[in-house]
Design a protein around this ligand. Structure first.
Ligand code: PBG
Length: 336
């Protein structure tokens, strides 16, 4: 591995470079910057609404008026992108997630307003049906309850087009249906949305770490005891992640993602090494909840574990990280 034969001790003492902060900084291989961060937020309909998410201490669902100051802070902190996740009124949910393609729905309205007020802030939207379906799955179901692929892709294409028409910068399909990146890319091109970027959730695992997110968007109760194993990846697989990324790149993804984050750093490294394309990690809700809970108990030092975990994503090959700690991290980086 090393391209030279290391001199024997004591000529070589690796601790020399660790002795002082100035040499540690000088030889540090990876750094985290605010430029690496994407901030996921939960948005509600209405005005003046703020709801805590109990399983994600410090995270709130906000109505648009209360989200505006958050967006403003992201701009001030240099966070390049905010990712929107909708909390949909139960009355608007049905088995097909019809509300997801409503051009006057919550997400298109929020995108328009955010792009008008803060054109310099990148906005990313989730392409998936689970916040909109009465059963909490990411797709349409057949009679047996199996999640249909091609029919679901048709709905996802419409959803992505509605988001693009509202002016979103990045669409991020998180559903794991086959062929959806190609179908969305083709439709975007056909409608003249040639600048809309696609960040594909390419290697998205059927993970138990999404629990708190499902609380946040209110799909947990609908989903009940069922899981997403018939479309999200099996946690035992690594090679398959490379095939999924290859497929999404071939179909027209601009950026790819591995999700969850910390338990899947090996997958992240393999994807980055194999493809050398813009590669992102999602430090998901369960990872956030774990660190928060331990910090709240005084078992871990909050700021230090947050920064260490985020730096680890960079070392593992990530170009950026979706993290609920984005504002905390950007503030710490600014005050350092
Ligand atoms: C839904 C979606 C999920 C997350 C992002 N988009 C949950 C799921 O697949 O059930 C999880 C994010 C997180 O846990 O922070 N398509």
């Amino acid at each position: 591995m090393t391209p030279f034969a290391p001199a024997p001790f004591p000529a070589l003492r690796p601790r020399r470079l660790r002795r002082d902060d100035f040499t540690r900084r000088l030889v540090r291989e990876h750094r985290l910057s605010a430029d690496d961060l994407i901030y996921p937020v939960f948005v509600l309909d209405g005005k003046g609404k703020r709801q805590a998410v109990p399983s994600m201490p410090g995270v709130e669902r906000l109505s648009l008026d209360l989200l505006l100051p958050v967006a403003e802070e992201c701009v001030a902190l240099g966070i390049p992108v905010m990712a929107l996740f909708p909390v949909i009124d139960a009355k608007l949910k049905d088995d097909r997630g019809s509300e997801s393609t409503n051009a006057r729905g919550l997400i298109p309205r929020v995108v328009r307003e955010l792009k008008k007020r803060f054109p310099e802030l990148g906005i990313m939207t989730d392409v998936a049906l689970d916040p909109y379906t009465s059963h909490g799955q990411d797709g349409w179901l057949d009679k047996s309850g199996y999640v249909l692929n091609d029919e679901t892709v048709g709905q996802l294409v419409k959803q992505a087009l509605v988001q693009a028409a509202a002016g979103v910068d990045i669409v991020a399909p998180s559903d794991m249906m086959d062929g959806r990146i190609g179908a969305i890319r083709q439709a975007l091109e056909a409608k003249g949305h040639i600048h809309t970027r696609i960040m594909a959730y390419s290697a998205k695992y059927a993970s138990a770490f999404y629990g708190p997110f499902r609380d946040a968007v209110g799909s947990a109760g609908n989903l009940g005891q069922s899981d997403k194993k018939v479309y999200q990846m099996d946690p035992g697989n690594g090679d398959e992640a490379l095939r999924e990324v290859a497929i999404d790149l071939q179909e027209g993804a601009d950026m790819v993602m591995v999700k969850p984050g910390m338990p899947y750093l090996d997958v992240l490294r393999r994807v980055k090494d194999a493809f050398r394309v813009p590669t992102f990690a999602y430090q998901v809700s369960g990872e956030y909840a774990m660190l928060k809970a331990a910090a709240q108990n005084g078992w871990l030092d909050h700021d230090r574990v947050v920064m260490e975990a985020l730096l680890a994503f960079k070392r593992a090959g990530a170009d950026g990280v979706l993290t609920y700690f984005a504002r905390d991290a950007a503030r710490l980086l600014r005050n350092k």
